[in-house]
Each structure stands twice: as structure tokens, then as C-alpha cells.
Design a binder for this molecule. Structure first.
Ligand SMILES: [Zn+2]
Length: 228
């Protein structure tokens, strides 16, 4: 078992006070380490992420994480979460989001800089299923409260995807602060976008019905995952 942590925190100079940096480092390192260990030991996935950039997300309903590249992902925090020292109680969420973002980073190894809608849906599906596996396996959240057991009509949504003219357009670049509300990718009422739900439905089908391991799906093309 590998005990070293691959991804290190990279605090932007001048962005945080020293005491906040110390607090964040103490709270975030164990979450990053646990996410890496779960990926490696439970799923056989060696994360490619080596850098984690923490930022303030002061915009409305900030996402918790965002992947940037093969090696780097962001984490976002509200100022109140730091001021009132909430990170300890957020440990399960932060850990599972780190696992989610590590999946996006690692997917880049196989399908670099592919901004097609189908690839983004496949990557979201894989990331959400791994995130939900951490929620369930590590933090004992019941499966029915995760995306592992979603009640969408996957076949119907899949048909909608393939008949949508947007299917053929690359997805415009988005930042967490500037989210263009892509119909397949923006957040819905139940916390998951249609794209994420469809992706997770397809990934769950591949693992539950066809016996694929998540680590082999990570290297499988989106066309082979997002299908009936
Ligand atoms: Zn994602």
C-alpha cells in the first residue's frame, strides 16, 4: 500500500492569511489523502492529480470543485466556512469531491482536452459514480441518497441526447464564476445535471449489468460508455 500523498495543496501567494492557510492545510490534507487511497486501493485508479488549488467561491451556489487539467484541480470554499471553522464537518463532502475531481484529471490521460458533449457526460458519469462510491463505502451514506440509485429513465434521456442538435457542438469553455447554462450540464433541482445523471446511469449499467470495473471504464471511449 502506498502511503505517500500525490496531490499537494498549492496556495496562491497573497491569497490567504497564514493562519487560514495552516487551518486549511490541516483540514484538507487528510481528505485529499483519503480520496487518493480510496481510488487506488478500492478502485485500482492511480490519480494523476498532483496539485490542488483552494479558492474562495463567493458567487451564488458555488461548486465545491473543478478540474483544470491532467494534474490540477480547484476546491472552492465560502468565507463563512473558513471564518467559522466548518471544514471538519465538511470532511465527507470534501473527500468525495476530491475523488470526483481526481477522476476528471485522470480521464484526461486517456482523452485529453476533449470538449465534446458526449465526453463531458462520460467524464461526469465516471466522476459522479466514484464520488457516490466514496459517499456510500467510506461515509455510509445510503445508496438511495446517492447517484448510484437514480430513478431517471436512462433510455429516454439517452435518446434525447442523440437527437439534440447540441450533441454535435463542442461545449463552450466554462469557469465556475462564468457558467454558461448548457442545458445538459447546468445544475438541476436534485443537485445533478441531466448530463451527470445520464452519465452515471450509463456507468452504473456498465458496472452492474456488464461487469466492468470502474478503472477499465476510465480508459473506455465516451461512445462506448454512453450507449444502450
Ligand atoms: Zn464533474
Amino acid at each position: 500500500m502506498n502511503d505517500s500523498v500525490r496531490a499537494s495543496l498549492d496556495f496562491q501567494p497573497g491569497y490567504w492569511t497564514n493562519s487560514v492557510r495552516r487551518y486549511m492545510a490541516n483540514e484538507l490534507r487528510p481528505a485529499i489523502k483519503l480520496a487518493e487511497q480510496y481510488l487506488e486501493n478500492s478502485l485500482g485508479i492511480e490519480s494523476t492529480a498532483t496539485r490542488v488549488l483552494p479558492y474562495l467561491g463567493n458567487y451564488k451556489e458555488p461548486a465545491r470543485g473543478g478540474s483544470i487539467s491532467l494534474t490540477t484541480f480547484d476546491l472552492y470554499f465560502r468565507s463563512s466556512e473558513l471564518k467559522y471553522k466548518k471544514l471538519g464537518s465538511l470532511f465527507p463532502e470534501i473527500t468525495s469531491v476530491c475523488a470526483h475531481e481526481m477522476v476528471h484529471c485522470t480521464r484526461e490521460k486517456y482523452f485529453p482536452q476533449d470538449y465534446s458533449l458526449i465526453e463531458i457526460i462520460a467524464s461526469e458519469g465516471l466522476a459522479h459514480v466514484v464520488q457516490a462510491s466514496v459517499e456510500h463505502d467510506v461515509f455510509k451514506i445510503p445508496k438511495e441518497h446517492t447517484i448510484l440509485e437514480d430513478n431517471i429513465d436512462g433510455e429516454d434521456v439517452l435518446n434525447n441526447l442523440y437527437s439534440d442538435p447540441l450533441f454535435y457542438d463542442p461545449v463552450p469553455y466554462q469557469t465556475p464564476k462564468n457558467q454558461s447554462p448548457h442545458p445538459w450540464l447546468y445544475e438541476k433541482n436534485n443537485n445533478y445535471s441531466w448530463g451527470a445523471r445520464l452519465g452515471a446511469w450509463c456507468v452504473n449499467k456498465m458496472t452492474n449489468e456488464q461487469g466492468y470495473e470502474l478503472n477499465s471504464l476510465l480508459a473506455m471511449s465516451a461512445e462506448d460508455i454512453i450507449t444502450l
